[in-house]
Design a binder for this molecule. Structure first.
Ligand SMILES: Cc1cc2nc3c(=O)[nH]c(=O)nc-3n(C[C@H](O)[C@H](O)[C@H](O)COP(=O)(O)O)c2cc1C
Length: 248
């Protein structure tokens, strides 16, 4: 097995980091790897904001309710971003672009571009022996984040990423079996799906009961029912539209 595959198969989110800043060269390697991700139509429709200001980190930690935003080696925010594309256009072009940019397709494009760059950054960091944790909960108060970083129109912060030197060993979280997420030529039947999910529930119940920290008794399907029936971040729809995305 090659080193890249070993890195990928060893992934787990890290939520406890040593209080040690990443070196500038390490950050540059991670950002370079992010920038070489594939990008739709060569648009590169994203930005990455590094947060080094302790006051801003503290505010983000409070918004997200997660202390590892303050204590890590470096913290990045990945944004969907079409600002630079329209900033450079003449007025006439601007109106056409603006209408196009406001559709769902372009919000998807920018979100996918940012996410691919982020995952390249994550793999680069992990391949260097660092740990990462994505932080979607910066969206708990999207307006505060918007103001904190002075974000212009057509820039939407999607998630953060804490990167750093791992401070503790953590268990690896099991994933769905291949048969539950990979199908050939047609979608899986309801019966097969039921069977695979039942088996996965047994596996995950065992994982939750036996892992080293935060043991509990839970099945994956119950967890999903709870998670997906709980209202979440309702402000995001109007915020995204106000930023000039996903209007039609
Ligand atoms: C977009 C995104 C947002 C996430 N947001 C958070 C977060 O706010 N806080 C957190 O502790 N973990 C967060 N995670 C990490 C997931 O909880 C984690 O990836 C998942 O439970 C699987 O665990 P693993 O990464 O250890 O395999 C996020 C992951 C992704 C992809």
């Amino acid at each position: 097995m090659n080193e890249t595959i070993k890195t990928l198969l060893n992934h787990r989110s890290i939520r406890s980091f040593k209080d040690k800043a990443l070196k500038r060269e390490e950050i540059d390697i991670i950002l370079g790897a992010a920038s070489l991700a594939s990008t739709s139509s060569y648009l590169m429709a994203y930005s990455i904001i590094g947060v080094t200001d302790n006051d801003k980190k503290a505010k983000l930690a409070s918004i997200s309710n997660q202390p590892y935003i303050e204590k890590n080696g470096h913290f990045l925010i990945f944004c969907a971003d079409f600002h630079r594309h329209i900033r450079q256009s003449s007025n006439e072009q601007y109106q056409d672009m603006r209408v196009n940019l406001e559709n769902t397709e372009h919000f998807l494009v920018a979100t996918i571009d940012a996410t691919l760059a982020a995952q390249n950054a994550a793999i680069a960091a992990e391949s260097m022996g660092l740990g990462i944790c994505y932080i979607g909960s910066i969206r708990n108060d999207i307006d505060k984040v918007d103001t904190l970083f002075n974000l212009p129109e057509h820039v939407v912060p999607l998630f953060g990423m804490a990167i750093g030197y791992p401070d503790a060993e953590t268990d690896q979280k099991p994933r769905l079996p291949k048969a539950a997420y990979y199908f050939e030529n047609q979608y899986i039947s309801i019966e097969d799906e039921e069977l695979h999910l039942q088996k996965f529930d047994e596996k995950i119940a065992d994982y939750y009961q036996n892992r080293t920290t935060n043991q509990r008794n839970e099945r994956w399907t119950d967890q999903m029912k709870h998670t997906l029936s709980t209202p979440k971040r309702a402000r995001m729809s109007s915020y995204v539209r106000e930023k000039g995305f996903n209007k039609h």
